[in-house]
Write a protein that binds this ligand. Structure first.
Ligand code: LFR
Length: 472
């Protein structure tokens, strides 16, 4: 009998429910449901709608039944760093405030007064981003100390959904590392840091690794869905699942391309050298204790915002075509500047940045898109140079994975800017990584090596060469 698993992959702009099974030596995917994700304002904070998202997850599960498939397992991944706190009755105490909210402004600098920046990096290996969970918790402690005092349980977003499905409280390892509170060497909550920050250690749960079978879906939900299913932990941090789908190649750099562009390499150990700290690279935990040495680049968020501000009058591919036509226009911005994290109006912000730098100001959708895409490519190039500087050797290839790898224009700009070969695919890298971890836990795939071989055999990859050449 064929074993099916269900991957729930929720990104900042959409959620996907994708069934996977192995057939004739290939991993076969079937999307059963897709839903919108968005940021909403609640009590003057930017938040995620976690209850609606959970209802969407349940709808996705029900869609499987509607097409006559009963997956043996389900695994959930989402973006990282965000969390909810539960009280003693296991009721949600906090909104799921989103990392783009301004509550952490200035918090990083305050934390550095308590813990030296270098110590934080040496212990956790995590890059400094003002939205890391550590600074979010610190902001909560300052702004709403009573709430934090009442908190009995800390769950990250996928942990919370897993709790709603199973009744079990656990923190998954790959996502936990993004908090900047897990020790990169012991792979446990860093109690020294928690103490120094005055955070209640008790609320943090036991850390479980990907491939752990968390347990069955609880009875009342099983009755409603109509069959029994195990909840299995994938790398619940989406980037962790995505990078699992990357073919292992010693000479290649990956870019996990979506709302963010995560650019880096995979390692078997964390690298916390001074250069890595200075360039602000992270060492996020992965499956089988692999480490993702990478940095965050602002990514397609900027173009998503531009599209939204034009009331979705142009599709992503139309914006690409308009960018290609704007050959006369050339302005470059620093896409990683804080001002682009969540500006009131992305178009105004891009225009202001160009104006302030004395560069031509983009006016049309095509000019805006060209400015953003070329600036992203430039930022990729800089990150590649930093990686090569840290590793003291060149890398030959860049593998772009995830939804953003469908952007042929950006892939070509990347190849041209870096003068490297670019491989694009698989598109559904995150769901594939999620499914692979479940299938490993179920014994359908032996190990990571076999998973990566299976993925290579199952999905197309397109190659882009620098300059004018383009081969399929
Ligand atoms: C990508 C991602 C990045 C993380 C950012 C915020 O979806 O998970 O890896 O830095 O979102 O959580």
């Amino acid at each position: 009998m064929t074993t099916y698993s269900l991957a729930i992959d929720i990104g900042a702009s959409s959620g996907r429910c994708i069934l996977g099974h192995i057939e004739a030596g290939r991993l076969v995917l079937q999307e059963v449901y897709r839903f919108e994700n968005r940021l909403v304002k609640k009590d003057s904070h930017v938040c995620w709608e976690v209850e609606r998202l959970f209802a969407e997850i349940c709808k996705g599960i029900q869609k499987c039944k509607a097409i006559g498939i009963q997956p043996a397992s389900i695994g959930i991944d989402t973006w990282a760093v965000d969390f909810v706190l539960l009280d003693e009755a296991d009721e949600r105490l906090t909104d799921a405030v989103a990392y783009r909210d301004a509550r952490t402004d200035g918090m990083m600098e305050e934390v550095f007064q308590i813990i030296m920046k270098e110590r934080l990096y040496l212990e956790t290996g995590i890059q400094f981003q003002k939205f890391n969970t550590l600074y979010q918790l610190y902001a909560l402690k300052k702004q709403h100390p009573k709430v934090l005092e009442k908190a009995k349980t800390f769950l990250m977003i996928p942990d919370y959904f897993n709790f709603l499905l199973t009744g079990r409280k656990a923190n998954e390892y790959t996502n936990a590392t993004s908090t900047q509170l897990v020790n990169a060497f012991t792979k446990r909550w860093d109690h020294g840091l928690l103490k120094a920050l005055g955070l209640n250690e008790e609320m943090f749960q036991e850390i479980h690794r990907p491939k752990t079978v968390l347990g069955p879906v609880k009875k009342e939900l099983t009755d409603c869905f109509g069959w029994e299913m195990q909840v299995i932990l994938p790398a619940t941090h989406d980037t962790g699942s995505a990078v699992l789908s990357m073919p292992e190649q010693a000479d290649s750099i990956y870019i996990s391309s979506g709302t963010w562009s995560l650019i880096g390499v995979e390692n078997h150990f964390p690298i916390c050298v001074t250069k890595a700290l200075d360039y602000n690279f992270t060492n996020e935990g992965g499956l089988d204790y692999r480490f993702r040495f990478l940095k965050n680049i602002m990514g397609l968020w900027m173009i998503q915002e531009v599209k939204r501000l034009y009331d979705h009058a142009y599709s992503f591919s139309e914006l690409v075509e308009l960018a290609k036509e704007a050959t006369h226009f050339h302005s470059l911005i620093d896409v990683n500047a804080d001002r682009f994290l969540n500006p009131d109006h992305m178009i105004d912000e891009v225009q202001a940045a160009c104006r302030e730098a004395g560069q031509p100001v983009p006016q049309t959708p095509g000019e805006l898109a060209k400015c953003i895409y070329e600036s992203l490519a430039l930022s990729y190039k800089k990150a590649v140079q930093e990686i090569e500087d840290i590793f003291e050797r060149p890398f030959q290839t860049i593998n772009v994975i995830g939804g953003g790898c469908q952007n042929e224009y950006l892939n070509q700009l990347l190849a041209n800017a870096t003068q490297k070969r670019v491989n694009a695919g698989p598109v559904e890298a995150t769901a594939i990584g999620n499914l692979s971890a479940q299938l490993m836990a179920l014994g359908e795939i032996t190990d990571l090596q076999e998973a990566r071989m299976l993925i290579r055999q199952s999905f197309d990859v397109k190659t882009y060469l620098p300059a004018e050449h383009f081969v399929q």
